[in-house]
Design a protein around this ligand. Structure first.
Ligand code: AMP
Length: 215
């Protein structure tokens, strides 16, 4: 077990989840074709600042990623970026963040974001967002981490995916208890409350799954 995973498990075991100090947001590097997505991203960033939750994200200044970060900063919050060196130009690295980590690979980026965050929230996005979401969820399914995962459904963006997830349950490829590891809401405040409540419930149910054999 890597030191990073051991540290995560120990933090879970020590029960420090009751307060969500930081959240990793996965979302599109594109803005979407309807302003509703940018508005939702800005609102979410503002709410994070209001709740004094540090934003951890991919470090770009474009699309929904940039919109969340700018809104958090404008509202007086903290935004921390993690960006691979080779994506600095492509994703127009944000130059005014509270903290910035420049890493060497996509894998390092995800590991660093996961290390820095107490939970994850997914906003609308493309295949990069989906990849980040599914890896985070499969790690939760395997008991590698016990951090909450929330999906913000803007304008019904995720409804098709969740219909498909229901089909996976009906056909026997996804267990209902693993589906339940993810919270879905169209209301950002309700989503943040639900992820915090989920984290507290995990804390009460300690030790986390597999911790006994993993540590
Ligand atoms: P997209 O949803 O496709 O607009 O991508 C959103 C973000 O996910 C961008 O910052 C991408 O660089 C990032 N991304 C895409 N694939 C990966 C990956 N395998 N690991 C980490 N980040 C990724």
């Amino acid at each position: 077990m890597s030191p990073l995973l051991r540290q995560r498990e120990q933090r879970c075991y020590l029960g420090k989840w009751q307060i969500m100090n930081s959240l990793c947001v996965f979302c599109g590097s594109a803005p979407g074709k309807d302003d509703v997505y940018l508005e939702a991203a800005r609102l979410f960033g503002t709410i994070l600042a209001k709740r004094k939750i540090t934003l951890v994200y991919g470090g770009g200044s474009i699309g929904l990623m940039g919109a969340v970060a700018n809104a958090t900063l404008r509202a007086g919050g903290r935004a921390v970026g993690v960006i691979p060196r080779q994506l600095w130009d492509q994703e127009v690295g944000h130059r005014a963040l509270s903290d910035l980590f420049i890493v060497d690979s996509m894998h390092e980026r995800k590991a660093k974001m996961a290390e820095l965050a107490d939970g994850f929230v997914v906003l609308p996005g493309g295949i990069g967002t989906l990849e980040e979401f599914f890896e985070t969820w499969t790690w939760s399914q395997l008991g590698i981490h016990a951090k909450p995962i929330g999906i913000l459904d803007v304008n019904g963006y995720w409804s098709g995916l969740f219909e498909f997830l229901d089909r996976m349950i009906v056909t026997g490829f996804l267990k209902p208890e693993h589906r339940a590891l993810v919270q879905l809401s169209s209301d950002p405040e309700a989503l943040l409350d639900a992820t915090a409540a989920w984290a507290s419930a995990q804390d009460l149910a300690q030790p986390p799954r597999r911790a006994a054999t993993a540590i």
